[in-house]
Design a protein around this ligand. Sequence first.
Ligand SMILES: NC(=O)c1ccc[n+]([C@@H]2O[C@H](COP(=O)([O-])OP(=O)(O)OC[C@H]3O[C@@H](n4cnc5c(N)ncnc54)[C@H](OP(=O)(O)O)[C@@H]3O)[C@@H](O)[C@H]2O)c1
Length: 244
Amino acid sequence: MSDDLKGKVALITGANKGIGYEIARQLGSRGATVIIGARNIERGTEASNQLLSHQIDARAVQLNVTDQKTIDSTASQIDGEFGKLDILVNNAGIAIDRVPPSQLDIETLRQTYETNVFGVFAVTKAMLPLLKKSPAGRIVNISSGLASLTQNSDPNYEFADMKLLAYNSSKTAVNAFTVLFAAELKDTPIKVNAADPGFTATDINQYRGYRTVEQGATAAVQLATLPDDGVSGGFFDENGVVPW
Ligand SMILES: NC(=O)c1ccc[n+]([C@@H]2O[C@H](COP(=O)([O-])OP(=O)(O)OC[C@H]3O[C@@H](n4cnc5c(N)ncnc54)[C@H](OP(=O)(O)O)[C@@H]3O)[C@@H](O)[C@H]2O)c1
């Protein structure tokens, strides 16, 4: 355990399991206070208790990214307790389309966007006033290699057969948000970047991913802890830039 993040407050959405939990664990093990956003508070508390048992300063909040009331109450709890937010990781996400683009039903598209797109916007908007109170705010949007229009256009891309219109395009939108928020915030200390975890074994893919959650969390943690002269408005995995 190191303590280079002592005094920092981090909110991770969808952190009760998977990559989000691991991001919380890694930030917390470096001394950050980690707030586990979970749509189900029991699952969130179970996760924060698990982290507490590893000497990590963790707490859970009920945060459903599709429910504005829980977003607003999370912001006011953080404001009341800490008066600022240093790190926001927009991690909560779903992947529920299983058919070729032309067979997708619009409800699946809407549902995917509610969480992966509108949820990211709503949480970011609500947390921005608190991030502005931090001397070094960091926003990390968990994207995906499947967001990349360059990779989606490449027939030799490793995941060329995964043409999930709802999921892939929702993450492309998240990449666009990243660029646009970074541009607006360029004269502030806040940095906004998108992270690609790679194909990671979690519930979202029934554990078919071949990367561990430790590997999946690496890029996000790097971007959450960028120095003051770090990059903003980019899309990265742990090896560097991912093409848009
Ligand atoms: N695994 C991969 O290969 C991979 C690759 C690229 C990108 N990603 C991205 O990484 C992120 C984390 O996914 P994961 O692989 O860790 O999957 P996961 O284990 O299924 O975790 C997803 C998390 O998001 C939460 N969530 C879903 N909808 C939510 C909502 N409306 N409000 C709040 N939380 C919500 C889930 O909560 P519940 O437990 O309540 O369902 C869970 O905590 C996602 O954005 C995903 O798209 C994953």
